[in-house]
Design a protein around this ligand. Structure first.
Ligand code: SF4
Length: 396
């Protein structure tokens, strides 16, 4: 079991800082794109491929942010790089650490927008849940992020930058030349934070390529899970172009209920989704598709629902496991969490049918771990601070 951090939730606020103008950020560029910008700014064409490899390793393997540290490059070349480029990742606005070790970050990206990142330590792994959009176009009725309208897609640099930020905070960058440490604190990535990753496909793909690159963050594709609400046309592409594991926000067993909980169902209904999953080229018994199922009291948690869920999966012969998620209530949420007994009974029906049905441990309850909550709470706190300041101004 991971040691419990004896830290109470704390909010650390850093001053607002806009990105420096003029320089090109190298973080998130594909190798081809990086080669192109290096050549444009004076790197001889013949050397460019080798330079990309060297810079790439310094950035993603060793976590360096300063060209001066790239000691296998000539001093004059380092200065030249510094003149045109920067290595910039999202800035941490606040960090909260739960008594169970869960860390929740609010990070600021270009334009002053903010997204959430959550690190969940477990016995045998450490999972980072990252965001792909600011807000979301979809309006899943159980999801707090769904109440925040879409502002914009994250760039590849902002997506992979969340992973780099977490490695900074976990102090997990290896030291060049030191023996390889196989026990990674950050061993898995889930694209399950704010936004629908398949509505930002290219940027998410380019970022995950860096995460999987043997000279990059070096995570196996089996340690990356992309969670979608069911953007059917992009599902096969996920296997072909990213090759990671897939999770589906399933949450309901009839179209009537799923239309309300996950409204994208009105566009691609349960059968269309199941067919796309049955066709997912990567699905196998060793790489099962995760069905996420949030347990909502009296909405989707009956025995009939459990039986229907099994029927769906069997009918399409999908290698699956079902993750049951006790609902994380947020202020004003229209649903309640199912009782523990109900969740256990539901899990048991699925298990008896031959499918794994783990119940997700609720993590970070004390730090508002429901996605989208920290952002709203911080915005509220800012507002009230502004109100206080305004009142003070009126009195003086
Ligand atoms: S569950 Fe995902 S897709 Fe649905 S509103 Fe929330 S962030 Fe968007």
């Amino acid at each position: 079991m991971t040691a419990k951090a004896p830290i109470t939730p704390d909010i650390l606020t850093v001053p607002r800082k806009e990105p420096e103008g003029g320089k090109i950020n190298l973080v998130g560029l594909t190798r081809d794109k990086m080669r192109e910008v290096l050549i444009e700014h004076g790197t001889p064409e013949k050397q460019a491929k080798m330079r990309v490899g060297q810079i790439w390793q310094w950035i993603y393997q060793w976590g360096k942010r300063d060209f001066a540290d790239m000691t296998n490059l000539a001093k004059a070349y380092r200065a030249q790089l510094d003149e045109h480029f920067e290595i910039r990742i999202p800035e941490v606005v606040s960090k909260q650490v739960s008594t169970d070790g869960t860390r929740k970050y609010l990070v600021r990206i270009a334009g002053g927008h903010e997204v959430e990142v959550v690190y969940i330590p477990e016995e045998d792994r450490g999972t980072l849940c990252i965001s792909s959009q600011v807000g979301c176009t979809l309006t899943c009725s159980f999801c707090h992020t769904g109440t925040q309208k879409l502002v914009r897609n994250l760039t590849p640099g902002e997506v992979i930058g969340q992973v780099m930020m977490a490695r900074d905070d976990l102090e997990e960058w290896p030291i060049p030349g030191a023996p390889k440490d196989e026990t990674r604190l950050l061993s898995n990535i889930v694209l399950m934070g704010m936004g629908e990753p398949l509505y930002n496909f290219e940027n998410v793909r380019d970022a995950m390529k860096i995460a999987m690159d043997p000279e990059g963050i070096q995570l196996s594709r089996r340690r990356i899970t992309l969670s979608t609400s069911g953007v059917v046309p992009e599902i096969a592409r996920t296997a072909q172009e990213i090759g990671c594991l897939l999770a589906i926000s399933f949450h309901a067993t009839t179209n009537d209920v799923r239309d309300v909980l996950v409204p994208i169902n009105k566009r691609w209904n349960i059968d269309a989704l199941l067919q796309a999953l049955a066709d997912y080229p990567k699905a196998s018994n060793s790489e099962r598709i995760t069905f996420e199922y949030v347990m909502l009291k009296d909405v989707n948690d009956s025995d009939e629902d459990a039986h229907r869920l099994i029927e769906h999966i069997k009918r399409y012969n999908i290698p699956a496991k079902i993750n049951l998620i006790p609902f994380n209530e947020w202020p004003g949420s229209p649903y309640q969490r199912s009782s523990n007994n109900r969740i256990r009974a539901f899990a048991n029906i699925i298990y008896q049918a031959g499918y794994a049905s783990p119940i997700r441990k609720t993590r970070g309850d004390d730090i508002m771990a429901a996605c989208g909550q920290l952002k709203s709470a911080t915005e509220r706190a800012r507002k009230s601070r502004k109100q206080i300041e305004a009142e003070a101004g009126l009195k003086s």
